[in-house]
Write a protein that binds this ligand. Structure first.
Ligand SMILES: [Zn+2]
Length: 118
């Protein structure tokens, strides 16, 4: 479970960081890297579930086999992946006021903080 926990810690750290200062290209790049990692981990978990399922099927132990741990890890990864995608969408929909640097939705015409035209 070490790798999985490391990855959760990493994801939390990024969520915190993005809350601090969104809209930097650096954060998008970092989030895309994390998104790719989530996708890789998810593919690994799906494979592990498939291997376990097949093994249980072959030895006629399907009904006795507990898949809840694998399933909950997959659920967690899907949730993390969705969160990362939402963060990316969120950052992409924001721009920074050139005068006061406040983050504003990309479709706004005026800065809600200082009133500058954007
Ligand atoms: Zn402003």
């Amino acid at each position: 479970m070490g790798i999985f926990n490391d990855f959760l810690e990493n994801a939390k750290a990024v969520v915190y960081k993005v809350g601090e200062k969104a809209s930097d290209a650096y954060d998008i790049t970092k989030l895309n890297t994390i998104k790719a990692r989530h996708e890789r981990d998810l593919a690994k978990q799906y494979k592990a579930l498939g291997v376990k399922y097949y093994g249980a099927f072959k030895s006629n132990e399907l009904e006795k086999t507990d898949f809840s741990k694998e399933l909950s890890e997959i659920e967690d990864l899907i949730e993390q992946l969705d969160n990362t995608k939402k963060q990316i969408d969120n950052i992409k929909s924001m721009k920074r006021c050139p005068v006061c640097s406040k983050l504003i939705k990309a479709d706004e015409t005026y800065c809600s903080e200082c009133g500058s035209k954007l």
